[in-house]
Write a protein that binds this ligand. Sequence first.
Ligand code: ADP
Length: 269
Amino acid sequence: MISVVKVGGSAGINYDLVCDDIAAVVKAGQKVVLIHGGSHETNVISEKLGKPPRILTSPQGFTSRYTDAETLDIFAMVYAGKMNTRIVERLLKRGVNALGLSGLDGRLLEGPRKATVRAVENGRQVLIHDDYTGKVEKVNTGLLHLLLDAGYTPVISPPACSTAGEAINVDGDRAAAMIASALGAKQLIILSNVPGLLRQFPDESTLIPHIRYSELEQALSFAEGRMKKKVLGASEAIATGVEQVIFADARTSQPIQAAMSGKGTVISR
Ligand code: ADP
């Protein structure tokens, strides 16, 4: 069985605890594919480099990072560079045969680049043409199986690969959903700095323990900001055959085993 785990990139995530748990799960004989984020660190480094992040909001209310060529360089330096390297290092120290790669490597994560991006700024719709973003539609599962069968634990980060071979920024949660369904995984675990989907963010006592696929549309109304994309990713995963998506807390010990036992928000048909 293959477990697909996505760990976010927001402030407060404890990567040591996540990697401890991956090591435990791998030692128990599970194959794990890890996808990670890097949004907080990208914001910090972007500020330091004098290129503060610009967040776009779509007419539907979904947010994304404006990614021109210069931002993509910073994005790749942080995601495929610093974040990926340090996660691989943590896993190696724990005896896991981790192998880092971005979605660009071997066209691991592929999809069309958006020709234009529609955004709402100051109440007006604008069209953006120089955004290097897109959506993963194809996963190179052959490459993943090759690595897994050879005993490696793949550690995957955006950017992905456009159809034309360009590096593009893609949403990590939705990419993880595509990986889980392409590998035929039963479960997708999405770890973040919240215990799950909260009915009244940020009140953690309002955690929603279970959501049915048919209720996801309604659940979208509780989600603010980047949480909306997670709900969308969950919906895409279930629609393409994943049985369970679990939103769980990456700040606690044994976050993956806790999620596997149903702690967090469990989404299923
Ligand atoms: P990551 O980078 O870890 O993948 P994101 O920052 O993209 O995570 O998304 C998680 C964030 O979504 C939380 O830190 C929280 O600020 C925000 N959020 C918005 N609405 C909700 C909600 N209803 N329940 C939980 N979190 C929410």
